[in-house]
Write a protein that binds this ligand. Structure first.
Ligand SMILES: *Cc1c(COP(=O)(O)O)cnc(C)c1O
Length: 376
């Protein structure tokens, strides 16, 4: 979508908050631990290029994304830092990765052999993925590890620069499964160390693991949700191990304000009926912006006061019950701070019975992202 926008609905991304969150994490990490700023999914909906630049400036050492497309977007924006792709990339596309110095993830011997056939003289950097219990990507057994290492030893133009695993429950109070995954990881690592002589970067921690066990994260952490100022879970938040500042807020403006008589209905399906004469405001945001219909009944902030969404959320518009008349153009905050009150991402996530990660990701590209410094 174009950079010019006319509709008064926007997301503010505070890049100083991103820098602040990285600084908080760096304070906890040993000085020889490095940081992958995870900017997959367009920087969790915040804008990958802007967040990546801010993160690198704040001391992140490298970037990580899910897709080759996402890595190329960063390269095309002129970003030179190392980039790791977490997801599976087709062997025929490995050459594009090598040409742009993008590190890929691998876990299949057959994939390695196919990739070799597609490379030119440029070396491809790879991180090997171990599935210690997430059940998503990666090798699970000693035998698979041995055959991958064998395939690597005969591969040309391929450079193994890292190995990693991913935890399924690092954000939960109960550490039983986390400990089991660590056990499996260190078993595979002991096998690996016997058969591979070169040094590689090791990384195991997402935000939750890194916040809880910063001393035990090896060479890199993969810092995602907490970089954006959101806690990986309520359990992690409750521990008060780190102070985070949310980077994302979303706002709109009243574009129509009217007094509606008693017993009149609002929006599709006539699901809301006024009790008495009520002030109703309309804001230009709807489910096509990733503001779902399930948010009927959720509150928004106007002049620091909470007011409910009434009637069904439409594709492009939402109605609010106001406590009094407000002028057209009055600012409405849907996520974030407004005059001393705040609607946190966690509150929206709880209302929608999901996790905070999902909310900024689902706010669509139709809502422009405006980049601000520390003014709220
Ligand atoms: C998304 C992702 C992360 C980041 O996780 P957060 O919980 O957001 O910190 C780390 N590692 C992998 C493999 C991921 O896919």
């Amino acid at each position: 979508m174009s950079d010019v926008f006319y509709r008064p609905t926007w997301v503010e991304v505070n890049l100083d908050a991103v820098a602040y969150n990285i600084a908080q994490m760096k304070q906890k990490l040993p000085s020889d631990s490095s940081i992958f700023a995870v900017v997959k999914a367009d920087g969790y909906g915040h804008g990958a290029v802007k967040v990546a630049e801010a993160a690198l400036q704040a001391g992140a050492n490298a970037l990580a994304v899910a897709l080759l497309e996402e890595a190329l977007e960063l390269r095309h924006a002129g970003i030179k830092a190392p980039i790791l792709v977490f997801g599976w990339v087709a062997p025929r596309d490995a050459r594009i990765a090598s040409e742009h110095d993008i590190t890929l993830t691998f876990f299949q011997a057959e994939w390695l052999r196919e990739v070799e056939a597609h490379l030119n003289s440029k070396e491809l950097k790879l991180h090997m993925k171990w599935d210690t219990g997430m059940g998503r990507l990666g090798i699970r057994t000693e035998n698979e590890l041995k055959s991958l290492v064998e395939a690597l030893q005969t591969a040309d133009h391929i450079n193994l620069t890292g190995i990693y695993t991913h935890f399924a429950t690092a954000d939960e109070d109960d550490l039983t499964y986390f400990i089991e995954q660590k056990k499996r990881f260190y078993h595979l690592l002991s096998v690996f160390n016997r058969i591979w002589g070169e040094p590689v970067d090791i990384h195991i921690g997402n935000s939750a693991a890194s916040i809880r066990f910063p001393e035990k994260m090896h060479d890199f952490i993969r810092f995602g949700i907490a970089m954006y100022g959101l806690y990986p879970s309520q359990d992690v938040r409750n521990k008060q191990l780190i102070n985070l500042k949310p980077a994302f807020s979303m706002h709109s403006r009243l574009v129509h304000v009217k007094n509606v008589a008693r017993h009149e209905s609002i929006s599709y399906g006539a699901t809301y009926i006024t009790d008495h004469a009520e002030w109703i405001g309309t804001i230009p945001i709807g489910y096509a912006d990733g503001w779902p219909r399930k948010l009927q009944g959720m509150e928004v902030l106007i002049e620091g006061k909470r007011m409910p969404i009434v009637g069904r959320v439409c594709m492009d518009q939402t109605m609010i019950r106001l406590d009094k008349e407000y002028p057209v153009g009055t600012k409405v905050t849907l996520i974030g701070k407004n005059n001393g009150d705040e609607i946190e991402m966690d509150e929206i996530a709880n209302f929608l019975e999901t996790i905070n990660y999902e909310i900024p990701c689902m706010i669509s590209e139709r809502v422009p992202r405006i980049y601000v410094k520390n003014n709220g």
